[in-house]
Design a protein around this ligand. Structure first.
Ligand SMILES: Cc1cc2nc3c(=O)[nH]c(=O)nc-3n(C[C@H](O)[C@H](O)[C@H](O)COP(=O)(O)OP(=O)(O)OC[C@H]3O[C@@H](n4cnc5c(N)ncnc54)[C@H](O)[C@@H]3O)c2cc1C
Length: 441
């Protein structure tokens, strides 16, 4: 039962839940006369944005918009929302320009931005900063947010409930340590990220347990494609882990790394689509009863590997593997959630005054499967649109005070219960989600 001792009441024009790319970029596009509160469940940088390696997709120029749309639709197996995809592609160029103006130090070649290529893109169109794009992006956005006088930041502060009546959202109930804060807001933006924390093996931060989606389920807010989950075939197996798996980028297989089973034999074409490779690895693991397979790139020189994959080289070295001599131990892991809270192209959910942005939302951009590096861009394009929509409507609406009870659970209990709610929902939607995939701690 409750361990909370007091409840404070606060008023903000906009409450943003989440400090990843979607939450921060939304805040930066809100008018300066709006009072904004951004909260994050853990430390500010404890989010998937910070972990992003590869880069951000963008149409390179107006001519590339159509091919980019085609690539996104093909990857999504044509289950995408075409208006959302068109919006993503058409608005990509301006948003990347904004990031450059804000100071993201994208890698350059001959003084112009360098574009790289990733799986299923028909051309080079990924902007990047080394192999740590997310970190540089996040640090730039955070620096800008901290300059704004109208934005307040609170970390280790969790959204526990929404303040709602008659399908209107009037704020959120937050828990910080032993304290409950009832925040009344004219608009609420859920930027709560992915759901990797509910899985045993995931590349995501453990604290990301789909809290926004769970509240959507609680209040019958429309959700979409919750069962569409991207599994990455190769994350590092390390039995000292607490569930967050380090990503071994697809680029390693792109460079010719071979997947080997316990007998040292290849068992799959490493460059087949992610779901096919992941399934083949699972089969081998089930057959051998040993929880990993091998990924070998030791035929490349140490010098080359250190230069090409500095983070991967260093991470493996930390656990005693020199990848220029020995194979890595790898395992498939949950990586990305295509589904989420259904929103329109202005990020409006089915509940009035409630927006959802970034990985917590389902704009329909990804369809059944995300095209590589489309998620950071989705977080940018649609969170800016949410901000523009809030700027227009905020002047005309007021606060509504509804009496709030104490939250009857502490944070650990809420997170545990959210994990169970989502697990059951996924299992209800698809037989593929068996118990052994989930983290029941
Ligand atoms: C290892 C890895 C590599 C990736 N590489 C790429 C890439 O190269 N390119 C690309 O486009 N995408 C990549 N992705 C995906 C991409 O990083 C994410 O989809 C994107 O960053 C999500 O941004 P977001 O703002 O929606 O969520 P996040 O950045 O994850 O932020 C979520 C925020 O919500 C907060 N939160 C959650 N629940 C609560 C709560 N109850 N109360 C308060 N706050 C809460 C968290 O504290 C956090 O601040 C990668 C993902 C991973 C894991």
């Amino acid at each position: 039962m409750s361990t909370l001792s007091s409840a404070m009441e606060l008023n903000y024009d906009v409450l943003i839940v989440g400090s990843g790319v979607a939450g921060l970029y939304c805040a930066l596009h809100l008018e300066d006369n709006l009072n904004v509160l951004i909260v994050s469940k853990g430390y500010f940088d404890e989010n998937n944005t910070y972990l992003a390696q590869g880069g951000i997709s963008t149409a390179k120029d107006p001519v590339d918009i159509l091919p980019y749309i085609k690539d996104t639709l093909k990857a999504g197996q044509y289950e995408n929302d075409t208006l959302a995809v068109r919006t993503l592609a058409e608005e990509s160029i301006d948003n990347i320009k904004t990031l450059v103006e804000l100071g993201v130090p994208f890698d350059k070649k001959n003084n112009t931005i360098s574009y790289t290529k990733e799986g299923a893109h028909s051309t080079n169109r990924i902007v990047h900063v080394k192999d740590q794009t997310g970190r540089y992006l996040w640090e730039t956005l955070m620096k800008q947010v901290q300059k704004k006088k109208n934005i307040t930041l609170m970390m280790n502060t969790s959204l526990a409930d929404l303040i709602t009546e008659d399908n209107f959202c009037y704020g959120g109930v937050l828990i910080s340590g032993e304290e409950q804060m009832n925040v009344y807001a004219k608009s609420v933006v859920l930027a709560t990220g992915g759901i990797g924390g509910i899985f045993k093996d995931s590349t995501n931060h453990r604290i990301l347990t789909g809290d926004g989606i769970c509240l959507a389920l609680k209040y019958n807010i429309t959700v979409k494609n919750l069962e569409y989950i991207q599994i990455h075939p190769t994350s590092l197996y390390d039995n000292n882990y607490y569930g967050r798996r380090f990503l071994i980028s697809e680029a390693v297989r792109g460079e010719g790394a071979k997947l080997l089973n316990q007998e040292g034999n290849r068992f799959v074409d490493e460059l087949l689509p992610r779901d096919v490779v992941a399934k083949a690895i699972r089969n081998e693991i089930n057959k051998s009863n040993i929880p990993y397979v091998f990924l070998d790139i030791s035929f490349l020189s140490k010098d080359y590997l250190v230069k090409r994959f500095p983070m991967i080289y260093e991470k493996c070295a930390q656990i005693g593997i020199d990848i220029s001599k020995d194979p890595m131990l790898v395992i498939p892991s949950q990586h990305y959630h295509m589904g989420g809270i259904q929103v329109d192209i202005d990020s409006k959910s089915s509940m009035s005054r409630l927006f959802a942005v970034g990985e917590a939302s389902c704009t329909g951009v990804h369809g059944k499967n995300r095209l590589a590096s489309n998620s950071l861009l989705e977080g940018l394009v649609f969170s800016k649109r949410a901000a523009q929509s809030i700027n227009e409507t905020n002047k005309t609406i007021g606060f509504k005070k509804i009496p709030i009870n104490f939250v009857a659970k502490n944070l650990i209990e809420i997170t545990k219960s959210n994990k169970q709610i989502l697990k059951k929902e996924l299992q209800r939607r698809s037989p593929d989600f068996n118990d052994e995939l989930f983290d029941d701690r």
